[in-house]
Design a protein around this ligand. Structure first.
Ligand SMILES: Nc1ncnc2c1ncn2[C@@H]1O[C@H](COP(=O)(O)OP(=O)(O)OP(=O)(O)O)[C@@H](O)[C@H]1O
Ligand SMILES: [Mg+2]
Length: 215
């Protein structure tokens, strides 16, 4: 067990987003977090990342968890001056020792960005930017990564490349994955489990058994 959520509730003022959520994630699992717009997926992620305080209930990560977070692709200005390499290095010590430089080299290779590491982030494609965010998160050596709509604005080829990478991280590096998406076919292809958040409650199951007409 890498995460256990107990009776987790969240309200904004008087508006209840969800109530008494209960679920567990196994270490090494690959879970899609699904559900219609506005049901609280991002809110749940923010609570798990410690960016928001829940109004009820609790959650517990395994004591050895190291969390990585890949936010939804944000529009980086075309003039953004940092290279892909420098952007990834923002998540490392300012003083780049040989060891840190080697770690950046490693994550550049892992995310297929070595060849274009000197390209400015502002000039990179959506898929390249998204992989740079992933590489940045990987510098911390996470054993669990949470991705919020990481593929939403990507073309089909870029989606497949990112998902292939995530699958590799799960299978070869045993990283637990929680992936927020609206893309059911993509989730069916790459994820093994689902969490479906709708109408304030959550349902958990095997992705192969997921039906879109769940109420
Ligand atoms: N800071 C806030 N203050 C008040 N209401 C909020 C706040 N953040 C989110 N909400 C509300 O909580 C609900 C859940 O929002 P959230 O962004 O978590 O949904 P989501 O499932 O991620 O949606 P989407 O699929 O569109 O990304 C929405 O009704 C939203 O308006
Ligand atoms: Mg969201």
């Amino acid at each position: 067990m890498i995460l256990e959520v107990n009776n987790l509730s969240m309200k904004f003022d008087t508006k209840t987003v969800f109530q008494d959520l209960n679920f567990k994630l196994e270490a090494g699992s690959m879970t899609a977090l699904l559900g219609p717009n506005g049901t609280g997926k991002t809110t749940l992620i923010k609570i798990l990342m410690g960016m928001l305080k829940p109004t009820g209930g609790s959650f517990k990560f395994d004591k050895n968890v190291r969390l990585g977070y890949v936010p939804q692709f944000r529009n980086i200005d075309a003039e953004y001056p940092l290279s892909i390499r420098a952007f990834i290095g923002l998540n490392a010590h300012l003083f780049k020792t040989k060891k840190v430089r080697e770690q950046i080299d490693h994550q550049l290779a892992e995310t297929h960005l070595s060849q274009i590491q000197n390209t400015r982030m502002g000039e990179a494609s959506g898929g390249q930017k998204q992989r740079a965010y992933l590489a940045q998160a990987l510098l911390d050596h996470p054993n669990m990564i949470i991705l919020d709509e990481a593929t939403a604005s990507l073309d089909p080829a870029a989606k497949e490349e990112l998902m292939g990478l995530i699958k590799h991280l799960n299978q070869e590096h045993k990283i637990t994955v929680l992936f927020v998406t609206h893309d059911i076919p993509l989730a069916k292809k790459y994820m093994t489990d689902y969490l479906y958040l709708n109408k304030g409650t959550i349902r958990q199951g095997k992705m192969s058994e997921f039906k879109e007409d769940f109420e």
